[in-house]
Structure formats: structure tokens, C-alpha cells
Design a protein around this ligand. Structure first.
Ligand SMILES: [Zn+2]
Length: 313
């Protein structure tokens, strides 16, 4: 699955958990649902529906229609596996429009800012907008997030909301569509966090750290051969494990001899095992270092299993 798809899954899960635990106030729930409808290609008296590749988004749309009208919308799968959901009954379309404060006769629909009632409502609106109209590029390739909207008005209203939230959206017109985009890693991280996709933010930051580190180490060493790439990948895995332990339990949770090595590795991505061993307060051999690093990796793996179990329960 793409990074974009994963982000959407995380946002859906975030929203469901927040609703179930009562942490998403009614106003924010409505703002999110509103965006899910408003930023679709078709949202009007004569046509209303969504097309999405994401099963979770399709389910959320269906559930929202059912909640507002009491009827299930028509759901189809296209040959390409996309979900196509249509609100067929004009009475239902009208009910949904008026739920969000529209008559259906608007020529140039604007965003109904009256639906944003608390300080967290904009984040919920962005989440819904991203589910409907957003994509984010795999950070391995590039830092880029965008929202593709069908009208200029909806685009500038959403941009204004984002600016108010302290973000710096950029605009471009592409193939008749209005596109809001962000292309620096900080903005993408900020928006992901704001919408509730913290795991994806961490993944993006991890990838960024990996790329930065690779570049830095590349400058210092000659990385022409596969052997040094392997050495670097091993160092990166160790650093990732150490950072994970630090985040979840703190490095203080490690026994002293592992803790000192962990700190040394964290600060010196480009040290060889030999260099690591030589720089410990009580120097040890290359194989001794290797043995301790293995223990650190195992400790992180154990922590990950515990976290997974916690999430499931
Ligand atoms: Zn709210």
C-alpha cells in the first residue's frame, strides 16, 4: 500500500478511536463529516457522491449518509477496484445539503464557516478534506502533500483556514483543478500531526533522518561499494532501535554497559564497530560491541511486540 493510503487508514482509525472514547466533540465530528462531503467532486442538489480507493473512507461516507438520511447510498465497485458511492434520492441529497446549511441553489458554493465552532474544528475539517481530496507522496521519494479541489472558491476558503492555523499552503492550477500543496517536510509533518496521523509523522521523520544521515555519512566515506552500504544500513537500524527505546522507555532503562554504547552510537552514526569499542570508557573488542548491539536490537524488538499487543487490546 502507498504511504498516502496508510496515512488515510491512520486518520480513519484516529477518528474512530476519538469518537468511541468521546474525545471528539460533536462540533468536530460534524466538521470532519462536512469536509468529507464538501470537498468531493460532486456535492450538490443534482449530484452527490464519492469515489475512493479506500474502503475505510467509503464506509465512513456510507455511515454518514445513513446517519443524516436514514438510507444507505448506492455502493458500487468499479473494474479498477474503486468504490463509487452515490446518493441517488434527491430528497436525501437535499437533507444532507441543509444539514450543512445549504439550500442547494448556490451558484458558487463557499465554505460554511459557521460549522467550525471550537478551536479543534479546523483540524477535523483538514482531516475530512484530506480523506476526500488529499494525497501525500512517499517521503522516500519527496516531501509533498496536496489537496485537489474542483472550485476556486472552495480552494481559497480551505487555504484561508490553513493559513489561520499557521500553515503556509501554496496554490497551483493543474488540468482545470485547483490544487493546494505543501512541499517542505516541516509543513507536511505539521499538517499530518494536526490531523492526527502521528505514526505517519514519525515515519516521515524517520525517513528524513535516514536520508540526512546517509547524505552526511556519504560525504565522509566512500560509499561506492555494497559493503559500506550494508555497514551503513546496520548503523541506521541500530540508531532507529535506540531512538525507539529512548522514546518508549528512556535510555535509562538499559543496563549501564548497553546504555553507554547506545549513547555513543546515537552520536556517531559513522563509527565502525572497532571505533565504537575503542571509545567506550572501558574499551572492548569489535565482537564485544557487536554482541551488545544485538542485545539492544533485541530489547527494541521486545518493546515493539509489547506495544503491538497493547494496541490490539
Ligand atoms: Zn470542534
Amino acid at each position: 500500500m502507498s504511504f498516502s493510503h496508510d496515512v488515510k487508514s491512520e486518520l480513519i482509525a484516529f477518528s474512530e478511536a476519538a469518537r468511541a472514547s468521546g474525545n471528539l466533540p460533536l462540533c468536530c465530528r460534524q466538521a470532519e463529516t462536512y469536509a468529507l462531503f464538501l470537498f468531493c467532486r460532486s456535492f450538490g442538489a443534482s449530484e452527490m457522491g464519492i469515489r475512493t480507493e479506500h474502503e475505510g473512507i467509503a464506509d465512513a461516507y456510507v455511515a454518514a449518509v445513513k446517519e443524516m438520511t436514514g438510507h444507505r447510498p448506492k455502493t458500487e465497485r468499479t473494474a479498477g477496484g474503486k468504490y463509487r458511492i452515490t446518493v441517488e434520492d434527491p430528497v436525501d441529497r437535499q437533507a444532507i445539503l441543509s444539514e450543512f446549511g445549504y439550500s442547494g441553489n448556490e451558484v458558487n458554493r463557499r465554505q460554511n464557516t459557521g460549522l467550525l465552532q471550537c478551536e479543534n474544528c479546523p483540524a477535523a475539517l483538514f482531516r475530512g478534506a484530506f480523506l476526500t481530496a488529499g494525497t501525500v507522496t512517499d517521503p522516500e521519494k519527496d516531501y509533498h502533500m496536496e489537496f485537489v479541489l474542483s472550485t476556486k472558491n472552495l480552494c481559497s476558503d480551505l487555504m484561508a483556514q490553513m493559513e489561520q492555523a499557521g500553515l503556509s499552503p501554496k496554490y497551483v492550477m493543474r488540468g482545470g483543478a485547483h490544487v493546494i500543496y505543501f512541499k517542505d517536510s516541516e509543513s507536511v509533518e505539521d499538517l499530518l500531526t494536526l490531523m492526527g496521523a502521528t505514526e505517519s509523522t514519525l515515519e516521515l521523520m524517520g525517513t528524513k533522518m535516514y536520508k540526512d544521515m546517509r547524505n552526511r555519512v556519504n560525504r565522509r566515506m566512500n560509499f561506492e561499494n555494497a559493503n559500506s552500504t550494508r555497514t551503513f544500513d546496520a548503523a541506521y537500524r541500530q540508531i532507529e532501535a535506540i531512538r525507539y527505546i529512548d522514546r518508549k522507555r528512556g535510555l535509562e532503562s538499559l543496563p549501564p554497559e548497553l546504555r553507554e554504547l547506545a549513547k555513543l552510537r546515537l552520536e556517531n552514526a559513522d563509527y565502525s564497530l572497532k571505533e565504537l569499542g575503542e571509545n567506550l570508557s572501558e574499551p572492548i573488542s569489535r565482537s564485544g560491541v557487536n554482541h551488545r548491539l544485538q542485545k539492544i536490537l533485541e530489547y527494541a524488538d521486545d518493546l515493539r511486540s509489547v506495544e503491538k499487543l497493547k494496541k490490539r487490546s
